[in-house]
Each structure stands twice: as structure tokens, then as C-alpha cells.
Design a protein. Structure first.
Length: 268
């Protein structure tokens, strides 16, 4: 059948479009498995790291894992803030699964005002402490404003699966909720927090009430106190008993208008 010129042009365009679509589908079919394989294939291992310094400590953890604790500075003026980063990394070339232990070397560490399912936490002590005398330290400073706090439901974690090559983007948590439902979830295993002081109650110890679900406001009898001149100890800990200690000093003239900030905190 003879086609008019306009019909021939339309037919050629349809054939060309069909050819382009076929080529795109073929390219996706070829490249998608390669991309997936590339994601799963071993990636170059990170360079070897030093054991730490005045603002950074790396502590061996179970099955080749490492806890990393760092602070933004080891000296600042009153009113200045201290950034703290804590991570658990797997520098090996394979996944590492570690059972939950709940065996903390010290008490009082956390990643926020709520109880956490994460296997690491931080605290700040007033004074200079090392591993040899930290058992004599008093209670850590109250870094979070006390009161009625809305907290997420806690999970009964059974194990943590750490991804290889020092990745901190996620870790799989295996366990069951209170009602027994099994779950598998992914969380970051790195947290950054920043503080410029702590909370002091007018009298007596601070007590926070933890609740689940939204609450109408908070109740706090505490007053905020900027870090005063002196030496402080930053504590990093894991639930498998690892401990890292760093120190910072507050020097200079006090700033009565300093503020408190928290960035990062508990990830979910």
C-alpha cells in the first residue's frame, strides 16, 4: 500500500520512537544489575586511622568494631559551645552482627532526654577524669531540660548488624517490640550533639517524667547554666563496656547571655 508523504513521515517517527524506547529499556536492563552489583560489591577500605588525640579517640569494640568519640575543640570561652560526635563503625569488609549486651561501663550516658535503643551514649562530667579514677566521679551534668517529655516507644533490641567499610549511614536493629512483634529497622549509628551548658534545679535533684505520646507542654523547675571556667570530661560509652574520655577547658571572661543548642541527637 502506497502512503502519502505525510503518512510516511508519521510512520517513520513512530518507528524511531519505538526504537528509542527499546534502546532505553535494553540499557536499563543491562545497567541496573551492574549498579546493584556495584552497590553490593566490596568498596575500597578507608585509610588506617590513628588511635586518637586531644579531640579524638578510637576505641576497639567487639568483633572488630570501633567506637569513635570526638569533640569540636578542647578549649573555648564561657558561652561557647562544645560539639560532640560519637559513632560505632565497622572498618572490616563484611557485615558484623553483635548481640545486645546492656553492659555499660558507666551510667548516665545518652543521646537525648529520652531512653534510647542505641548502643552508644555520651555524658559530660565536671572535672578531669581518666579511666583510673572515673569511678570516683559524681553524677554527670544534666544536659537536657527536665520536665514532662514525650518519648518514642522503646524496642527490645536483640542484635545490631553493622555495615562494612566504616559506613555510619545505617545499622539494622533486630529484635521484638513489647508486644512480641518481630521487626528489622535501620538507624544511623553516628550522632552529633552540641552544648554550651547544663541545667541546675533550684533545689534537690532533677527528675524527668518520661511518657509516650504528645503532652501539653513541659514542666521544668531548672535553670540553665553556661559552662563555667574549669575542666570538663566528655564520656563516650557503648553497651558492650567500651569507654572513651576526652577533655575540654572553659577559659576567659564569662558570657551571661550564652544559649543552649542541640543538633542531631537521637536519630530515628
Amino acid at each position: 500500500m502506497n502512503l502519502r508523504p505525510a503518512e510516511r513521515v508519521c510512520s517513520m517517527r513512530r518507528q524511531l520512537l519505538a526504537l528509542i524506547i527499546a534502546l532505553i529499556v535494553a540499557a536499563v536492563a543491562i545497567l541496573a544489575p551492574l549498579a546493584y552489583y556495584s552497590y553490593l560489591s566490596p568498596q575500597p577500605a578507608p585509610p588506617e586511622r590513628a588511635a586518637g588525640g586531644p579531640t579524638w579517640q578510637v576505641v576497639p569494640a567487639p568483633d572488630g568494631l570501633e567506637m569513635e568519640l570526638s569533640i569540636s575543640t578542647n578549649e573555648t570561652l564561657p558561652g561557647g559551645s562544645i560539639g560532640i560526635n560519637i559513632s560505632i563503625v565497622n572498618p572490616t569488609d563484611h557485615n558484623v552482627t553483635v548481640a545486645a549486651a546492656y553492659s555499660w561501663a558507666v551510667g548516665g550516658t545518652s543521646l537525648g532526654p529520652c531512653p534510647s535503643d542505641f548502643p552508644m551514649g555520651i555524658s559530660i562530667l565536671s572535672g578531669y577524669y581518666t579511666s583510673s579514677n572515673i569511678s570516683t566521679a559524681g553524677a554527670p551534668l544534666d544536659l537536657y531540660e527536665p520536665g514532662i517529655i514525650s518519648c518514642p516507644i522503646s524496642l527490645a533490641i536483640r542484635a545490631f548488624v553493622f555495615l562494612p567499610y566504616g559506613r555510619v549511614d545505617s545499622v539494622a536493629l533486630q529484635g521484638s517490640m513489647i508486644n512480641g512483634t518481630m521487626f528489622m529497622a535501620s538507624y544511623r549509628v553516628s550522632s552529633y550533639l552540641e552544648f554550651s551548658g547544663y541545667w541546675i534545679p533550684p533545689t534537690g535533684p532533677i527528675t524527668s517524667i518520661y511518657v509516650q505520646g504528645p503532652q501539653p507542654g513541659t514542666v521544668s523547675p531548672a535553670a540553665f547554666q553556661s559552662f563555667e571556667p574549669g575542666t570538663y570530661t566528655v564520656v563516650g560509652a557503648t553497651e558492650w563496656g567500651q569507654l572513651a574520655l576526652l577533655h575540654f577547658r572553659i577559659v576567659g571572661v564569662s558570657d551571661s547571655n550564652s544559649t543552649f543548642t542541640v543538633t542531631g541527637g537521637q536519630d530515628s
